[in-house]
Design a protein around this ligand. Structure first.
Ligand code: ASP
Length: 582
């Protein structure tokens, strides 16, 4: 037996016992006649003591040679400490060491294995196995395990069956590029890695599985915007014989279960908001509703004066920033620069200070009098002491810009509190989305999403207005889940492919298997998928998913530890019938 106890286990009640421990040397303090070593494992830290008077001489010598991160095993007696350490669970005892075995030496680690480390991101990624020894990373992985376990508990109790689906498949249309894998046995042919198990879970419903889930890797070859990973994990779910309401109920239940079991937080019924409403009130289909600053549209009160910037705009819209009337000219200028950055893209910003004495001071005083500005304050809900920030322009663009400003200001004002949870459902998404680049409609969710039956007629006349039976679960300004009721008949599915610009041939080639399956008794069905990495990060009070992934990739999609992707040798290329031309 390597150890009788873990390093997080021993207490005063163990005093007098002989124990054997194993772990890593966190640090050692050598006073000459006495040496203390902190021994660490996953469970905690236990202090070892080597004492000239009580420890055999050879062991004393070997203890002096211990370096950081050496792996050792010790046997000794649990004794009460003279000076106790209240900060650690084992802080009342220490081990008077009688035997010491060095199980493995270690080089000096390239960064300190402490909660606050001196290692930069890239270095810690390169030596991720050392990083995982640190409490913050270790605890995140344990936390993730807990969330995954609770997902399984809840869904199993609800009658869901976890089924694995294949990774070597064919393109799945989730809107990204596929990662492809050449087939050695089928010359010139390629598998695609799943962007999600979407088609398989639908086939499982046709197979009668009724309630399916899977905690599963998905692969999407996208340009990695901040905090995305090319491979990520979904809690993927599908149910048969359900309507949207059934799905929302089950998965609201899952989210509530997780908040309760993992965070000890009880939340009431989740609010529902249509996509249109979310865009109008927050300029965003994943609004953070932990704080106010809702949009106030100002077209009626701000247009038709002499200010042409507003007269020529499709939308004039503002938010009231609480307590920000005291911002200095310089601070406001910096805010204006912030909205003009290319990432936000506003042309400028108009502001109104709502003074404590009930008067207003604005950047457009030339065009608007106090009564006008009072109407702006009313529309944005501004109170004395607030600053109204107003943007104008093309509706879709200006909403996105003001939403970015709203989130930025909330961040600066400390309104995005990690320990507060505000979930909501956003429903009635548009079925289709116009893509400027390709000049055609794309499925906003994916091509298997069912249009609302009452909107199907609009497909020919006003496709952009067709609503889908699609929904997102939003938590603290992040989309943590999304799904839809699916099309389950061949005719509607073909109609959908037509509208997405697939020829009959293409649709058959890519999705013939699903269309065929629809002809063998496909039940009505629908589902949802949660992004597990993001969900775990948010429940953990953080927003960076990387911190909750054992071996993440960097922003260029590289694993800097194993150095992948990498070239392969000619022999392997030949076997795969591939030639690389750069
Ligand atoms: N397959 C979808 C996705 O990955 C989720 C769903 O519709 O269930 O976003």
């Amino acid at each position: 037996m390597y150890r009788t106890h873990s390093n997080g286990e021993l207490r005063l009640t163990h005093v007098g016992q002989e124990v054997t421990l194993a772990g890593w040397v966190q640090k050692s303090r050598d006073k000459g006649f006495m040496i203390w070593v902190d021994l660490r494992d996953r469970y905690g830290i236990t202090q070892l003591i080597f004492d000239e008077e009580r420890t055999p001489k050879d062991i004393m010598e070997r203890a002096k040679a211990l370096g950081r991160e050496f792996v050792i095993q010790v046997t000794g007696e649990v004794i009460e400490r003279v000076s106790k350490n209240k900060n650690i669970a084992t802080g009342e005892v220490e081990i008077l060491v009688k035997e010491l075995t060095v199980l493995n030496k270690a080089k000096v680690p390239p960064f300190t294995i402490e909660d606050e480390t001196d290692g930069g991101d890239e270095l810690r990624m390169k030596y991720r196995y050392l990083d995982i020894r640190r409490n913050p990373v270790k605890n995140n992985l344990i936390f993730r395990h807990k969330v995954a376990q609770e997902v399984r508990n809840y869904l199993s109790k609800e009658g869901f069956i976890e089924v694995e689906t294949p990774y070597l498949i064919k393109s799945t249309p989730e809107g990204a590029r596929d990662f492809v894998v050449p087939s050695r046995m089928n010359e010139g042919q390629f598998y695609a890695l799943p962007q999600s198990p979407q088609t398989f879970k639908q086939l499982l419903m046709i197979g009668g599985m009724d309630k399916y889930f899977q905690i599963v890797k998905c692969f999407r070859d996208e340009d990695l915007r901040a905090d995305r990973q090319p491979e990520f994990t979904q809690i993927d779910c599908e149910m048969a014989f359900v309507e949207q309401e059934d799905i929302l109920t089950v998965f609201e239940g899952l989210t509530r279960h997780l908040l309760k079991e993992v965070n000890g937080v009880t939340v009431g019924d989740f609010p529902r908001m249509t996509f249109d409403e979310a865009m109008k009130r927050y300029g965003n289909d994943k609004p953070d509703i932990r704080f106010g600053m809702e949009f106030g549209e100002l077209n009626e009160v701000a247009k038709h004066k002499d200010f042409n910037v507003f007269n020529n705009a499709e939308l004039v819209v503002g938010i009231a920033v609480p307590g920000a009337a005291s911002y200095t000219r310089k601070e406001i200028d910096r805010l204006i620069d912030w909205v003009k950055r290319p990432q936000v893209g506003a042309l400028g910003m108009v502001y109104v200070k709502c003074n404590e004495d009930g008067t207003y001071k604005s950047s457009v005083d030339k065009f608007y009098n106090q009564e006008d500005l009072a109407l702006w304050a009313k529309a944005t809900g501004a109170k004395a002491g607030d600053l109204i920030c107003v943007l104008s322009g093309d509706t879709a663009k200006v909403r996105t810009q003001l939403s970015a400003l709203r989130m930025e200001l909330a961040e600066r004002l400390g309104l995005r509190k990690p320990s507060e949870f505000a979930p909501l459902w956003v429903v009635d998404f548009p079925l289709l989305e116009w893509d400027e680049e390709t000049e055609r409609y794309h499925a906003m969710h994916h091509p298997f999403t069912s249009p609302k039956p009452e909107d199907i007629a609009l497909l020919d006349t006003n496709p952009g207005k067709v609503r889908a039976n699609a929904y997102d679960l939003v938590l603290n300004g992040n989309e943590i889940g999304g799904g839809s009721i699916r099309i389950h008949d061949k005719e509607t599915q073909s109609l959908m492919f037509d509208h997405l610009g697939f020829t009959q041939e293409e649709a058959k080639k890519q999705f013939g298997f699903l269309m065929n399956a629809f002809e063998y008794g496909a039940p009505p069905h629908g589902g949802i998928a949660f992004g597990l990495d993001r969900l775990v990060a948010i429940l953990g009070g953080q927003e960076t998913i990387r911190d909750f992934i054992a071996f993440p990739k960097n922003n260029s999609g590289r694993d800097v530890m194993i150095d992948a992707p990498a070239t392969i040798d000619d022999e392997q290329l030949n076997e795969l019938h591939l030639k690389v031309e750069l």
